[in-house]
Write a protein that binds this ligand. Structure first.
Ligand SMILES: [Zn+2]
Length: 176
């Protein structure tokens, strides 16, 4: 890992940890929104988004930018250290989930995010009504933003299904 990659990776991990901590804070409304902006300021919104997309497109293994190279190097060192996939996966899941929030969430107001929001919401409705879906935890039904983060995480770490394909399609169509 180069110095630049190390720096960028450290910031990604700090931001992901901050997002996890924020999840357990009781703050509501605008205060919560402002707090949620801190991780994005730490690392930069674009870097988080690119990190997630690097993971999604498996570019982590042939990545051309610093972000994806950092994530790849981090994953590799995790494997080399002898940790089993079983132990590594929950961590990978949490970080991927937090990064997925950066691709789309209901607080975003850019034209692309708003346009994508319609598709995400209708996918969420379909998904909620589907009694045959499998592989989703309860957390995904918390709200549309959590659904989005979970379906995107499933696209990376879990079994693909019609919802993960639809999510990939939405990311592509709206350039999230
Ligand atoms: Zn979340």
């Amino acid at each position: 890992m180069t110095k630049k990659q190390k720096k960028s990776l450290t910031r990604i991990i700090i931001a992901a940890l901050l997002m996890i901590i924020l999840k357990f804070l009781p703050a509501e409304g605008w205060l919560r929104f402002v707090l949620y902006m801190i991780p994005y300021l730490v690392v930069g919104y674009d870097i988080l988004r690119k990190a997630f997309k690097g993971i999604l497109n498996k570019q982590v293994f042939n990545g051309k930018n610093t972000t994806t190279q950092s994530v790849a190097a981090w994953a590799e060192s995790g494997y080399k250290s002898g940790h089993l996939t079983k132990t590594n996966k929950p961590v990978a899941h949490i970080i991927t989930h937090e990064l997925a929030h950066a691709t789309w969430n209901s607080n975003l107001s850019s034209p692309n995010a708003k346009a994508a929001g319609k598709s995400v919401n209708s996918l969420y409705k379909k998904w909620r009504a589907d009694k045959g879906k499998s592989g989703y935890g309860k957390y995904a039904s918390t709200n549309v933003s959590e659904f989005w983060a979970e379906v995107c995480t499933k696209a990376v770490h879990g079994k693909s299904d019609k919802y993960t394909s639809a999510a990939k399609g939405i990311i592509k169509k709206y350039k999230l």
